[in-house]
Design a protein around this ligand. Structure first.
Ligand SMILES: Cc1cc2nc3c(=O)[nH]c(=O)nc-3n(C[C@H](O)[C@H](O)[C@H](O)COP(=O)(O)O)c2cc1C
Length: 233
């Protein structure tokens, strides 16, 4: 496995926009990959116990322990999350928080690796993709591409979508809307989004096949992070 793909959606893959985009990126990379779904896992957020500071190994006993080896083994990551309240959903947030374990005593296990960030929202996929990029940069992992799309908000199928005035169908199409299947957003029907996924996959595969220089990526990421820290309040 060269790339670890991570689907942070809580939905069954048959209904998940995140899954469709993460899969498209992976399939177009041309390299070996493994895909994990966080919806099957029980993973808590970081509890700040600092049990990992001596050896960079998290001591919380849950499903992240088994994923740690895969995270370490991969050269790159394709991580996708849905937009919940304009940020990452908690499944993906908890998963990425736990990468804190790799950061102590200049632990360089993940430094210089590559990533693609995928975000899908009922209206806006950019927020989770940006958040994933930020998480990755704390381990000096370069996000080579971000792919964002519009997924199927539950309001289209909850049963009240045609009348609920705070739901996406009424807010998008106005009162009196009649919901039809073709109105329900599907990333695979968004040509620019699918093209971005194909392009991201190819770019990631190309960077990996070129044998990217992890030292160089690390140096660039460190410089970028230092500049960011210098400008924070
Ligand atoms: C609790 C919850 C909060 C959500 N908040 C937002 C939001 O703030 N902005 C948005 O664009 N979509 C929001 N959505 C819609 C999801 O992002 C959307 O359904 C997306 O398609 C989910 O991706 P998935 O199909 O891969 O699970 C929310 C959905 C849920 C369940």
């Amino acid at each position: 496995m060269q790339i670890l793909g991570v689907v942070g959606s809580a939905r069954n893959p048959t209904r998940s926009g995140v899954y469709r985009l993460v899969a498209a990126v992976l399939e177009n990379s041309g390299v070996d990959y493994e895909l994990v779904h966080l919806r099957d896992k029980t993973i808590s957020g970081c509890i700040a116990c600092l049990g990992c500071v001596k050896d960079n190994i998290c001591k919380v006993d849950d499903d992240l322990a088994a994923l740690r080896e895969k995270i370490v083994a991969a050269d790159a990551y394709v991580i996708g999350a849905p937009n919940y309240y304009s940020t990452l959903n908690v499944l993906t947030h908890a998963f990425l928080e736990r990468w804190f374990q790799f950061r102590h005593q200049e632990g360089d296990t993940l430094w210089g690796k590559l990533g693609v960030a995928v975000g899908v929202g009922g209206t806006q996929g950019r927020f989770p993709a940006d958040a994933i990029e930020t998480f990755l940069s704390y381990n000096f992992i370069e996000t080579v591409a971000k792919v964002t799309g519009q997924g199927a908000a539950s309001c289209f199928t909850c049963g009240y979508g045609e009348t609920c005035r705070v739901g996406i169908p009424v807010m998008t199409y106005g009162e009196g809307v009649k919901i039809s299947d073709d109105m329900i957003p599907d990333v695979t029907q968004q040509p620019a989004v699918m093209q971005a996924a194909v392009k991201a996959g190819r770019l990631l595969g190309q960077r990996l096949n070129e044998g990217h220089d992890r030292g160089q990526v690390t140096a660039a990421m460190q410089k970028m992070m230092m500049a960011m820290m210098a400008h924070s309040a």
